[in-house]
Design a protein around this ligand. Structure first.
Ligand SMILES: Cc1cc2nc3c(=O)[nH]c(=O)nc-3n(C[C@H](O)[C@H](O)[C@H](O)COP(=O)(O)O)c2cc1C
Length: 217
């Protein structure tokens, strides 16, 4: 499951779906909030007003037909979608980036949309849940919410990329952080190596942990 909420950092979300599209054999349900669409317009110059177009803009320049990854767009307001059900198996959920509003909803079990509900399901079913919060500075409420989610079994991966791998572009920075997020849901090894080293000579797809068993990734 992939959730994209309306924090600054649309670049991270774009890097995530591009990485999945290029390197990961499997499938993901994709939920994009209305606020995330607006942030992508502000930060990436996107023109999209719905999630389908947002995905197309993210994947611009890639050959969609040869992608090993399938995305299923889910309506952000459809709290009856399969992501909302604990009985639908999947490998975990990434929320990239995660706004303080979504963080608060998840921390308090107050789910008003499909991203928050799907995250709540991950916590109750003890499945991996990785949030990439972005705000600066944090207030005490933000920090308490991160602590609450961590105590409930979620993983808080701050949108704080490392600089020690000498990134040359913003995409390098984003890829590095995205590789960390993917590793936390079991997509490590070669994918992690390739994304973390942007100048690797060879890159090839890796299989999602349960790619053959589960429709929802
Ligand atoms: C350009 C822009 C940048 C924003 N940046 C942040 C941010 O970095 N962190 C944050 O928590 N909210 C940020 N917001 C506010 C959220 O979008 C807002 O709280 C929204 O209600 C979040 O909804 P969602 O979590 O359902 O996507 C930003 C909004 C805009 C328009």
């Amino acid at each position: 499951m992939i959730g994209v909420s309306g924090a600054s950092g649309a670049l991270y979300a774009r890097a995530l779906v591009r990485a999945l599209s290029q390197y990961v054999v499997g499938a993901s349900d994709l939920i994009v909030s209305p606020a995330a669409l607006r942030v992508a317009q502000a930060e990436l110059g996107f023109t999209s007003h719905d999630a389908r177009q947002w995905l197309q803009e993210c994947l611009a320049g890639l050959d969609a037909d040869s992608s090993p990854h399938q995305f299923t767009i889910c309506d952000h307001s459809n709290i009856g979608a399969r992501a909302a059900s604990g009985s639908v198996p999947h490998d975990g959920m990434l929320i990239v980036p995660c706004s303080m509003k979504s963080l608060a909803g998840i921390a308090h079990g107050y789910t008003t949309n499909l991203i928050e509900r799907a995250a709540d399901v991950c916590l109750k079913e003890r499945r991996p849940l990785v949030l990439m919060p972005r705000e600066s500075p944090y207030n005490a409420i933000h920090l308490q919410n991160m602590q609450t989610i961590t105590a409930a079994g979620g993983i808080v991966l701050p949108a704080s990329p490392g600089f020690y791998q000498l990134p040359r572009t913003l995409e390098d920075l984003a890829n590095n952080l995205v590789s960390r997020a993917l590793a936390l849901v079991g997509l490590e090894a070669k994918l992690l190596r390739d994304l973390a080293q942007p100048y690797a000579e060879t890159q090839s797809p890796v299989a999602a942990p349960n790619a053959s068993q589960s429709q929802a990734g």
